[in-house]
Write a new protein. Structure first.
Length: 324
């Protein structure tokens, strides 16, 4: 088999394994993402109501209400909100099923985009890894992780925008399709791609750092155990490497996630990355850039670690099924 055909076949296996892995982990960790979004949206400043409408304090006027997708109220700007407060509030008002609100756009985004991400990782890895050992250096891991994530995220950004607004609880969308149509009619294509800079600034560095930490930790552990390749590393050892890599990458990129959430919830109020970053920093200080870090670190760390572990096992199984 030619190298080009083998690369294409491996990328296809990677796409299938990545998509199946994403399906299971997205279903499992969706509540953490919803809680993180609710915590961050608690501090998103909404436009003040027009005094000419005579509406109650905190209510948006009719024009703004149509713009945001339905009746809404100003987010509570006083005090802080904890992860446990949000969980209790969601369960009380929306039942336990409310913790999985937004699962449909999450699946529509995560399953194909993560499949594409792993396919790109495999293709680029075959192209740039050391021919003798197949290992990646730190800089190679950074560039491959960032490139693969930018392609996958850029392709599915509208689903990220819909997911963020759906989970926030600040929009009265009746369904995912209604959310798409509402954003398209009121904000156009720009609305569906709002926060692209902040999203890429969050996802590309996260994937780059995660892949670098993960591959280097696996290679280090493999050498300690006397293995010639990290491919033979048991999931029992690979999972802790993923958890450590995910924690470090999540903490470093948390401020970009906060900025991204603000820009996608209210693109008219937070039009640019720089303005949003400075507004959050001036109003809430460094603490404001790390709102929702606990649920995000838990979700991103566990989801990334389990996704990679599931992916590697499914990929090996698919390869075994074809070649047996």
């Amino acid at each position: 088999m030619s190298s080009g055909r083998r690369r294409g076949e491996d990328s296809l296996f990677s796409f299938a394994a990545g998509a199946l892995s994403a399906l299971s982990t997205t279903l499992l960790f969706q509540p953490f993402d919803l809680v993180k979004t609710r915590m961050q949206s608690h501090y998103v400043r909404l436009p003040e109501a027009s005094s000419a409408t005579g509406s109650m304090p905190g209510a948006l006027d009719a024009k703004a209400s149509r713009l945001w997708g339905g009746p809404m109220y100003l987010a509570n700007s006083g005090g802080s909100v904890s992860m446990f407060n949000v969980v209790e509030s969601v369960v009380r008002k929306e039942t336990v099923a409310g913790l999985w609100k937004g699962i449909s756009p999450s699946l529509q985004r995560c399953v194909p985009s993560i499949g594409m991400y792993f396919a790109m990782i495999t293709y680029l890895r075959r192209s740039f890894s050391a021919p003798e050992s197949g290992k990646l250096g730190p800089l190679q891991s950074l560039s491959i992780g960032a490139s693969a994530r930018m392609i996958a995220t850029g392709s599915f950004l509208p689903f990220i925008v819909v997911k963020t607004r759906y989970e926030s609880g600040q929009y009265c969308y009746r369904s995912v399709s209604h959310a798409f149509v509402s954003i398209w009619r009121t904000e156009g294509v720009r609305g569906l791609f709002s926060g692209m800079g902040a999203t890429l600034a969050r996802d590309a560095p996260f994937s780059a750092l995660y892949l670098m930490f993960y591959t280097q930790l696996k290679q280090l552990l493999s050498s300690v155990k006397g293995l010639q390749s990290d491919a033979g590393l048991s999931p029992v050892y690979a999972l802790p490497c993923g958890l450590a890599a995910g924690t470090m990458a999540s903490v470093i990129t948390q401020p970009f996630d906060v900025v991204k959430t603000h820009m996608q919830l209210k693109p008219q109020v937070y039009p640019t990355f720089r303005y949003t970053f400075r507004t959050i920093l001036s109003s809430r200080g460094m603490q404001g850039l790390f709102v929702g870090i606990a649920p995000r670190v838990m979700r991103r760390t566990f989801m990334a670690a389990f996704t990679w572990t599931f992916y590697e096992q499914i990929y090996c199984y698919l390869k075994w099924m074809v070649n047996r």
